[in-house]
Design a protein around this ligand. Sequence first.
Ligand SMILES: [Zn+2]
Ligand SMILES: [Zn+2]
Length: 200
Amino acid sequence: MASMADEKQLVKEGVRLARWRMAHEKFSFADEFRIVPRSLKIVAISLFLVGQIAAQIAYFCDRKEDPLIAFVAAAALASLVLGFLLMLFGYINRDAKRRGMNSTLWTLLAIFVPYAIGLVIYFLMREPLPYNCPECGTVVNARFNYCPECKRNLRPSCPQCKREVRLEDKFCPYCAQELTSTHNTSPEKDPGPTASSPAQ
Ligand SMILES: [Zn+2]
Ligand SMILES: [Zn+2]
């Protein structure tokens, strides 16, 4: 039975993951560009070159009535837009895969949902990148509450005000409680449901 509480919990989890992404995924264009498939980069460059050659040919076929620059600029614009879109869809395909999402589905959605709505939805909804457990280094999903390898609590909460804090916080950002000792609290001693207990 899907109750209101379940829905609220889902929304809360979504907001938490979005915040987590903002705090942990530092956007670097160079890094993101690196995951675009090389074949698509080559296709994009080729498109540009072919466009430029086509512009010259069109100019001569047009018996030089319109200025050459008009042909060159139009071809450049068209090939740049097309190349950019190609690389963007290639990026989404790779990015979805590394985030453990259905990459085929998301790529198709990004391409075919009109007015770039598919693109926007993708960038809002994408899963956070997996990261390394600060205790043992195992790659863990951002949805995990505990490390499956060493049981490290991956979503610690402040012992005083019970609000969720970040793994790297030394003091609670809400009430200034010192957190260093609680960070290594074994989840075994944690008697379970707290303010930030798992949804399941
Ligand atoms: Zn671990
Ligand atoms: Zn606190």
